[in-house]
Design a protein around this ligand. Structure first.
Ligand code: SIN
Length: 293
C-alpha cells in the first residue's frame, strides 16, 4: 500500500485508535480510505483530532463509507444546514436527558441498523462529556465456551422506547415516567430482533451483539427470565479492559463500527451545553453465526 502519511495509534488493548496525519477536508484518496477502514476493522472505533469541518464536509467524508441515512422518525434529533442526514446530538445546559448515556449500538432497534457512525464535536463542555467504547469481539471472546454455546442459540429483542426510560436506563435519572409513556406511544412497534452472537462480515470475528438498554429480552423468554443473564452480559461489556475512553477536544471527530463496538456518552458535565453532529451510514450487516444443533 502507498504510504499515505497516516499514523494509527491504539488507545487500549482491544478498542479504539487515534489516526493522525490526515486532513479530512480534502477528498479521501483510495489508499487513505483503505487505511482508515483497516484501522476500524482492527480497533472498532477511530478518532481524529484538529479537524475543521463544515457539516457538508463531514457528510462527504461519511459517504465514502456507505449511503448516508436520514432516519426521519428515530428521535429528538434535527438535521443541520439543510442536510437532514447531519443530525444534532444536543444537550442544553438544563436538559435532564443525556442522549446515548448507556451502552448501545446506534439504531439496533431496526432490522438493518446503522453500520458506521461519524460524530463531530461542535460545542464541548469545559470538563466531562467523554464517550466510551467497548469492543463486542473482546466481550465475546472473554466468555466461556459453554456460555458462548448457549448464547449462540439466542436472539435479543431491541426496543427503541427504552432509551427514554429511567426504569431501564439508569443514566436517564431525570426523565419522568410520563415521558417514557409518551415515548412508548410515539415509537410503538419500533423494535427488531438480532442474534446475540453474530459474525462481523469483514473481520470474520464473532461479536456479542447486546445493549443493556435497547435489548429488552431474549426472544421467546420473558423480561424477568432474561434480566439475570442480561445483567451478567452488561458487566462483561463494561469490563474496563474491553473499553477505551475518548476525551473530546475542539476539532475532534470519532467514527465507529456499530457492528463491532457499543458506545456510551458520559453524563458528567451537568450545567453545560454539549453539541455534536452525527452522520450514520449503511453497510453490509452482521452475519448469522453458525448455530450448534
Ligand atoms: C450517540 O450515542 O450516538 C452519541 C454519543 C455521544 O454524544 O458521545
Amino acid at each position: 500500500m502507498k504510504n499515505t502519511g497516516i499514523t494509527v495509534c491504539p488507545l487500549s488493548a482491544y478498542t479504539g485508535a487515534e489516526i493522525s496525519g490526515i486532513d479530512l477536508r480534502e477528498p479521501l484518496e483510495e489508499e487513505a480510505y483503505l487505511e482508515i477502514r483497516q484501522a476500524i476493522n482492527d480497533w472498532g472505533a477511530v478518532f481524529f483530532r484538529d479537524q475543521v469541518l463544515t457539516p457538508a464536509q463531514q457528510l462527504a467524508f461519511a459517504r465514502k463509507f456507505g449511503k448516508s441515512e436520514e432516519d426521519t422518525h428515530v428521535s429528538n434529533m434535527t438535521g443541520v444546514d439543510g442536510l437532514p442526514e447531519v443530525k444534532e446530538v444536543l444537550r442544553e445546559a438544563g436538559d435532564a436527558r443525556n442522549i446515548g448515556g448507556f451502552w448501545h449500538m446506534d439504531q439496533s432497534f431496526y432490522d438493518l441498523p446503522s453500520c458506521f457512525s461519524v460524530l463531530y464535536g461542535r460545542e464541548l463542555p469545559p470538563i466531562g462529556g467523554d464517550t466510551m467504547f467497548s469492543h463486542l469481539s473482546a466481550a465475546h471472546d472473554s466468555l466461556s465456551p459453554g456460555l458462548q454455546r448457549t448464547l449462540e442459540r439466542l436472539s435479543g429483542v431491541h426496543v427503541r422506547a427504552h432509551a427514554d426510560s429511567s426504569e431501564i436506563n439508569s443514566a436517564a435519572s431525570g426523565l419522568s415516567f410520563d415521558y417514557y409513556v409518551e415515548s412508548c406511544k410515539r415509537f410503538a412497534g419500533i423494535e427488531a430482533t438480532h442474534p446475540i452472537i453474530a459474525r462481523h462480515p469483514e473481520t470474520g470475528r464473532k461479536v456479542l451483539y447486546f445493549s443493556p438498554v435497547y435489548t429488552d429480552r431474549f426472544e421467546g423468554w420473558t423480561r424477568d427470565e432474561s434480566l439475570p443473564l442480561m445483567k451478567y452480559l452488561t458487566g462483561v461489556l463494561g469490563k474496563p479492559e474491553h473499553t477505551c475512553r475518548f476525551r473530546w477536544e475542539q476539532g475532534s471527530m470519532a467514527m465507529w463500527d456499530n457492528r463491532a463496538v457499543v458506545h456510551y456518552a458520559l453524563d458528567d458535565y451537568g450545567g453545560h451545553r454539549r453539541l455534536m453532529h452525527r452522520v450514520t451510514v449503511d453497510g453490509p450487516w452482521l452475519e448469522q453465526s453458525e448455530k450448534e444443533s
